[in-house]
Design a protein around this ligand. Sequence first.
Ligand SMILES: *Cc1c(COP(=O)(O)O)cnc(C)c1O
Length: 485
Amino acid sequence: MQPQTLFDMSDRGKRCTRFPESDVPVSEPSDLLPANQLRDKPPLLPRVSEPEIARHFARLAQDNYNVDAGFYPLGSCTMKYNPKVQELVAAMPGWALLHPDTPSECVQGALRVMWELEQWLAEIGGMDVASLQPPAGASGEFTCLRMFKAYHDSRGETHRNRILVPDTAHGTNPASATRCGYQATALKSADDGRIDLGELESALSENVAAVMLTNPNTLGLFETDILQVADLVHSVGGLLYCDGANMNAIMGYARPGDMGFDAMHFNLHKTFATPHGGGGPGAGPVAVKTHLASFLPVPRVVEQGDKFDWDWKQPQSIGKVHGYYGNFLIAVRAYAYILSLGSDGLRRASEAAVLNANYVMEALAEAYDLPYPGPCMHECVLSAQTIAKETGVRAVDIAKRLIDYGLHPPTMYFPLTVKEALMIEPTETESKATLDCFIEAMTQIASEAHINPDLLHSAPHSTRIGRLDEVKAARELVLRWQKER
Ligand SMILES: *Cc1c(COP(=O)(O)O)cnc(C)c1O
């Protein structure tokens, strides 16, 4: 077996580069630092040759499944193919090497990109103003809930301490509410997977600060009662928040602002073509209606005559939620993506995303349970409950077996309201041939479950590392190389 880490390959005789002896006079280290802060042994760094390093990282890249390698139907994550032109644009030195402290008169182009992108996102969301500062969807939620609190406080309504969240919501929704000092209450969904108006009505009160909704929701279903929901929430003085992670389903067709939402976030790394899955960086811009605009994070990028500048003078602002102005290069990618597709292209992307999800859902509705009948939006949620009952094979086994077919598994066990959930989001960038290949693999795996369940329990068989103990991996993280393990 090949050595796993650069440390395992290390040998004192190896090196990459040889520097000439330094002819710069240096002071004694002890003149610069107190003695108790000096190392007494050299650091334990790997000593390897350049070809070894190159091959090590190439092998790591090959071991990693990625969207350039194949289909990646991870529900709720919108793992669409990211066109390379956005990467080329973001890597241009004029953007990539900009220092955030550069005076604004020297970075007019960058400010214009940010200003225009804010306008475009506000337009796509049906909102009035936007801020690019939050670095992720969860951070966008946090930002808007902080703004909601500032808004209610400014009206003397400091008693509002509750946020309502449907039981199908992403875990970040109740987490953001709790982080902002609110009490999060789960709303039980109706039998059709959508919000239950009766439940909502009985939970609403003068103490509710906001209701957080995802539309389409995490079951891939459009909230058809959304206008009534907005009226109900507003009638008790509450605000309505849109988790915009599923914008890929409705771009150019429907706008949260028109549905009555007061504020929302976008996930640029989902909908607007920034590669993700490796933990970032991403961007979660927020967009709000006028009544919330004065609470947005500072600084705001503003247009003054024919120039752009930073405006820090916003007395009601909640302050900053991220260093500098957010993850600028993600904004550049989104800008290039929106510009290259145009409004018509965004609309067609959503159309294809919805069509692809419905194609997959229909094709798999026999081999798997379909807890909520379609049509669906950009993703569908199947269940392996019958298979589990008949064969003992669970959703996790099916997901792991897909890896043997060279495909990335869908999201499992989410939303929490569906037992043995398999949440599939094919996205618009996949061909019919790829979808057919996935459908065939899923169908075959369903029959394997009946013929040879052990094959699935022990999957995957094709990877260098087999099934992991995921609980142990999460509880006992090993993030550094250790000499003895
Ligand atoms: C991804 C996602 C989030 C959180 O977004 P991050 O950018 O990962 O913080 C919130 N809600 C839904 C429905 C999501 O899919």
